[in-house]
Design a protein around this ligand. Structure first.
Ligand code: ZN
Length: 323
């Protein structure tokens, strides 16, 4: 009896210990990049202080952590990452920081889209098929990261981000049990907003004529959007944004744009746009605007939150494909 009481008392002290570790009473969460940080902000609300390692408008594919990042990770109560090989730089950073904080994989439980080796030219047009991604598997000489066998860009499906939010909720409750009610209420509200957003995307894509639902982007970041919502994306680059597209890749895309009378090619906020501009120029396809793929914008930009990002992309696609 006494022993059981002692254990219960210990558990109470242990949870005080967690609370005391949180500076200013807030749970310190480090997110790998801006989209994850936004999900954590929505679910965590007032109880959390969130830091994103990769800044808005920056490319997580080529991120290289600075000593300051190791310090930030070292002070974290919780680390939230995308997983699926997106953050090739993470393990070393966590090790260097000495952090003992739990690392939460936001994509846990989603159905990952598998990539196939050297498939860049076996080009098909099924929904959700990956286009021209062979560079994602070519070891880059500049950056030693590897995407592994899964496409990491799962956040381009709103339904997947509902899973991210659920995983973040559960991780926050585990790290800060006193906030359970708040996290559950925040998550419920956010999941409702995401559900509505998902319907909005479906309704909008359904209004685009079927033969116009093909677009070209810079890097292969939209396979999940394609699989979920039935638009076809062809990419100049592979899964990773930094690989150099060869003249052959660009010629292949130009041929596809002509063959399928693709109306619009799109820029991204994280990528070099020269090749997309060249394709537009050579085919007469218009530049449809900027799609936000792997990063949010700052507060003053058109995509300061994930929901803003999806709405912006949707409006951009609609206006390019429906006029
Ligand atoms: Zn990417």
């Amino acid at each position: 009896m006494l022993a059981r009481f002692a254990i219960a008392a210990l558990a109470v002290f242990a949870s005080f210990g967690v609370a005391a570790a949180q500076d200013g009473g807030k749970v310190k969460v480090v997110a790998s990049f801006s989209i994850i940080a936004d999900v954590v902000r929505h679910v965590g609300g007032e109880r959390v202080a969130v830091t994103s390692l990769v800044a808005p408008n920056a490319d997580a594919h080529v991120f290289s952590p600075a000593p300051a990042d190791a310090r930030i990770v070292g002070e974290a109560d919780l680390i939230v990452v995308n997983g699926l090989g997106f953050e090739g730089w993470l393990d070393r950073l966590v090790k260097a920081s000495g952090s003992k904080a739990p690392v939460v994989i936001a994509t846990r439980g989603i159905k990952a889209i598998k990539t196939e080796e050297d498939h860049g030219h076996g080009h098909k047009h099924g929904h959700g098929h990956q286009h021209g991604h062979k560079h994602g598997h070519k070891k880059s000489s500049k950056h030693d990261h590897d995407h592994g066998p899964s496409d990491p860009h799962a956040w381009q499906s709103v339904r997947n981000v509902m899973v991210y939010a659920t995983n973040v909720r559960d991780a926050l409750i585990a790290a800060d049990p006193d906030g359970k009610d708040a996290y559950e209420a925040n998550a419920r509200a956010y999941l409702g907003d995401l559900e509505a957003l998902d319907r909005e995307v479906r309704d909008a894509i359904a209004k685009i004529p079927e033969d116009a639902r093909r677009v070209v982007t810079n890097h292969d970041a939209f396979a999940y959007f394609a699989a979920e919502y039935g638009l076809q994306f062809m990419a100049v680059h592979g899964l990773a944004s930094e690989a150099q597209a060869s003249a052959k890749d660009v010629a292949r895309i130009i041929a596809q744009v002509r063959k399928h009378k693709i109306r619009a090619v799109f820029l991204e906020n994280i990528s070099d746009e020269r090749q997309v501009r060249r394709i537009a120029k050579e085919t007469g396809a218009r530049i449809g605007g900027t799609l936000y793929s792997d990063a949010l914008t700052g507060r003053d930009g058109p995509a300061p939150t994930y929901i803003d990002m999806i709405r912006h992309n949707l409006r951009t696609l609609q206006s390019a494909l429906m006029s």
